[in-house]
Ligand binder design. Structure first.
Ligand code: G4P
Length: 531
């Protein structure tokens, strides 16, 4: 019974460079799952490019993103949890952390633009933990690139082998449809933004004259392409997919709801059920009956009169039960929740129990930090919920001496939520905030004022990167800390950090202090990242 609950769950995320079609695909998947009835329901879930400095837009986005953080729906006998990943690059870190809570991803690539900058970074993060990837090449209704070229680009620039499971017949204005190489069926294209079912024609042998009747002169090209595809690409190896080494590829047009059903059907067939997670006491198996989970996202409540927040918990093993005490590992304290909720059919529902693979929302009054572990009593921590080395820095200067306590509290709480990273520099107890995007500073200033009543100036600091330092040579570290006093700081957990003024200075430090290791993600405790 318990294992059946686990086996029916698939928890995944959709990733893409902005504008490739993530939101559109999400919406179509929800249509199939019956979680929404009309197209357009998820559409507003993104910051339009023009609104990058608009406070109201940020607030609106925050409101929407609570509702779309997790979208659960049933499809056939599966329970699918789709975790939202913000598309805006300034919120990339939020996306990276969300990827720690999924078991697989669907990567959307725009057939016109191919592999883009954000695609590469996101796939890099997936590859850090060998997350299985299915690729959806979107916008076949536009005059996009040659599919063979696109696949070559994916293999070369993303460093992953591909295997097309469907093949497009022409593209742009003459796009006719896709041939499913897996089950030998032909799906003819018909632009349609809302319909969810269509006729699929079975063609077991491509030499059948029926193919010529159906697609005319494109039939020969398809025969040629398929022969080439079968010659070039090895047959689909599910084990290699599950190890994150081979990505099956589908072609389609999300906005026209074309190729989406094939994608979803294959997804539920091959995508992994909840996988084990690494912890300080070794891998935690989902079938282990003792409850455990971790917080990967914290979201402030929109109502400024209520300082409570919503912490998102990914359940890794055992059963979570409402009102039952669980152990907060970092604080070494037992807590319980009387109103945890899930997000079935995009509605917040109070839940009584939840299983591995599920993501639930917990009301929090400030006891959680990103990465916190909850267990059934044991003390251990899940690993691999990284912070990335920030690249933009501001010093926080208090402009209202009466509110310094509020400012301190606000900065600490916002950085607990993962909006930014917080460093303290001595002498003078200077507070430095580091982010990966400019937009976060606007969010921080706005929220400090509105939620904590604290006003501040954020003064630009000219650092290039913050790198965590580890070493076995304490003497060399002490030396470094003394000589570079104006360029070192401590993070929130008192780990030493080098605020490198330039790439060159960083390189010099690496050469001059060979026993120090400079890390670019906070995951240095569990993995070696000295890139
Ligand atoms: P994102 O979440 O990855 O940022 O992308 P989103 O789904 O918002 O899609 C970006 C744009 O691409 C949207 O157009 C969307 O309609 C369009 N799009 C998505 N799939 C397809 C497709 O298969 N073919 C074509 N031709 N376009 C597609 P927009 O103009 O930004 O928004 P809208 O005004 O159409 O809503």
């Amino acid at each position: 019974m318990y294992s059946e609950e686990i086996d029916k769950r698939k928890t995944f995320g959709i990733i893409s460079h902005p504008d490739a079609g993530k939101t559109t695909l999400t919406e179509k998947l929800l249509l199939f799952g019956g979680a929404i009835q009309t197209a357009g329901a998820v559409k507003s879930n993104k910051i339009k490019k023009t609104a990058a400095s608009d406070f109201m837009e940020i607030e609106r986005q925050r409101g929407i993103s609570v509702a779309t953080s997790v979208m659960s729906f049933e499809y056939h006998d599966h329970l699918i949890n789709l975790l939202d990943t913000p598309g805006h690059k300034d919120f990339a870190e939020d996306t990276y952390r969300t990827l720690t809570a999924v078991d697989s991803v669907i990567l959307v690539i725009d057939s016109v633009n191919g592999v883009e900058e954000q695609t590469k970074r996101l796939v890099e993060v997936c590859r850090m933990r060998d997350t299985p990837i299915i690729v959806f090449v979107n916008k076949l209704d536009l005059e996009g690139r040659d599919p063979f070229d696109l696949l070559d680009e994916v293999e070369e620039s993303l460093g992953i082998r591909v295997k097309p499971l469907s093949w497009p017949i022409n593209r742009g204005k003459s796009f006719k449809g896709v041939y499913n190489l897996h089950n030998h069926t032909l799906n003819l294209f018909e632009a349609n933004k809302t319909k969810v079912s269509k006729e699929i024609i079975s063609i077991s042998d491509l030499n059948q004259p029926q193919l010529d009747t159906l697609i005319g002169k494109d039939a020969d090209q398809l025969r040629e392409d398929v022969e080439l595809v079968e010659g070039v690409y090895e047959s689909f190896d599910k084990a290699a997919y599950l190890k994150g080494q081979l990505a099956p590829v589908f072609f389609g047009s999300a906005v026209n709801n074309f190729g989406v059903k094939e994608l979803l059907d294959t997804f539920v067939e091959i995508a992994p059920t909840p996988l084990p997670r690494v912890s300080t006491k070794g891998p935690i198996d989902p079938y282990d009956k003792k409850f455990s989970g971790f917080i990967f996202k914290i979201h402030a409540n929109l109502d400024p009169n209520h300082r409570d927040r919503i912490a998102f918990l990914r359940i890794c093993s055992g059963k979570f039960e409402r009102n039952k005490f669980v152990h907060h590992s970092r604080l070494n304290k037992d807590i319980r929740f009387n109103n945890p909720y899930s997000f079935l059919a995009r509605e917040k529902n109070l839940i009584d129990e939840a299983f591995p693979g599920d993501v639930i929302g917990l009301y929090d009054t400030g006891s959680f930090k990103i990465g916190d572990t909850l267990t059934d009593g044991e003390t251990f921590e899940f690993q691999g919920i990284p912070s990335f080395s920030p690249e933009i820095f501001r010093e926080v200067i208090n402009t209202d001496p009466m509110k310094s306590k509020q400012l301190e509290k606000g900065v600490r709480q916002l950085t607990d939520e993962g909006v930014a990273q917080f460093f303290v520099q001595q002498p003078g107890n200077k507070k430095i905030i580091g982010t990966v995007g400019e937009l976060q500073f606007e969010v921080i200033r706005y929220r400090l004022l509105n939620e904590y009543g604290a006003s501040c100036n954020l003064v630009h600091k000219n650092f290039h990167k913050a790198c965590w330092i580890t070493t076995k040579n304490q003497e060399m570290l002490d030396d470094f800390m003394r000589i570079k006093a104006s360029e070192v700081a401590l993070d929130k957990d008192d780990n030493p950090v080098f605020l490198a003024p330039s790439a060159w200075m960083l390189q010099m430090a690496q050469e001059n202090y060979p026993d120090l290791t400079f890390h670019f993600t906070s995951e240095f405790k569990t993995m070696d990242s000295t890139k």
